[in-house]
Write a new protein. Structure first.
Length: 219
């Protein structure tokens, strides 16, 4: 079982979006539990809007301390994804999650103001715990040709932090998903949704291979 924290002390970079969509993508091949320790409880609202069963087990409103008991659960999960708060006030909650995590996904939107809080999250909270981690670029605008490569290059050379090769583009399908109760597993595959489905699927494959190296190539 791998506990994956989705974390960034910068608000609004896509932690909840990544948790829910990645949970759905991974649930196609793996046993997945999604846990929410953010008092905003965005995943709970999203889950309530779903008209069908969630494709993963779900524990909204969890005390982060409960995570330490996860390894004694009778249900064996391949992945436990934890959505964490973005507010600095909630740093102790985030720290408890990181203490229990095996791997951290750090979503980042291509905005200059997001950089400093992201790098601070990595250098102050993630690196001191020697946790494996990777930045996931989110809300990439396909209409700006150089944006993806500029940001990948900044991560690789200027900031020197590990990143996913996969990334998520900005789509209305993504921003509408919480209110429509949609996940990649229940989206009808058409021209409007294909980009979102492809992006999230790629992230799921890379995440599984990163967290469990023996899974590489066995998706
Ligand atoms: N790839 C995307 N395309 C379009 N909209 C997106 C995308 N990713 C996230 N969003 C939208 O951006 C907003 C912020 O995303 P989200 O709530 O997932 O961020 P967060 O990091 O969980 O925020 P918080 O720190 O407040 O918990 C939401 O309205 C969400 O729908
Ligand atoms: Mg959130």
């Amino acid at each position: 079982m791998k506990v994956i924290a989705i974390a960034n002390q910068k608000g609004g970079v896509g932690k909840t979006t990544v948790t829910m969509q990645l949970g759905a993508a991974l649930s196609r091949r793996h046993r997945v539990l999604v846990v929410d320790v953010d008092r905003q409880q965005s995943t709970v609202w999203w889950a309530e809007n779903l008209h069908e069963r969630l494709p993963f087990d779900f524990a909204g409103s969890q005390n982060p301390k409960a995570l330490t008991g996860l390894r004694e659960l009778r249900v064996e999960y391949d992945f436990v994804l934890v959505d964490t708060p973005g507010a600095l006030d909630d740093t102790p909650v985030l720290e408890s999650v990181l203490d229990a995590a095996d791997y951290v996904v750090v979503p980042l939107t291509p905005e200059p103001l997001a950089v400093e809080p992201t790098m601070r999250t990595i250098s102050r909270l993630i690196e001191p715990r020697r946790l494996r981690h990777a930045v996931l670029l989110n809300r990439i605008d396909a209409r700006i040709p150089s944006q993806l490569h500029t940001w990948q290059d900044l991560l690789d050379t200027t900031w020197g932090v590990p990143r996913f090769d996969a990334y998520l583009r900005q789509y209305k399908t993504q921003s509408d998903a919480p209110i429509l109760g949609q996940l990649v597993t229940n989206l009808r595959d058409n021209r409007r949704t294909a980009g979102t489905i492809a992006d999230v699927t790629r992230v799921g494959i890379e995440m599984a291979a990163q967290a469990i190296p023996t899974l590489a190539g066995r998706w």
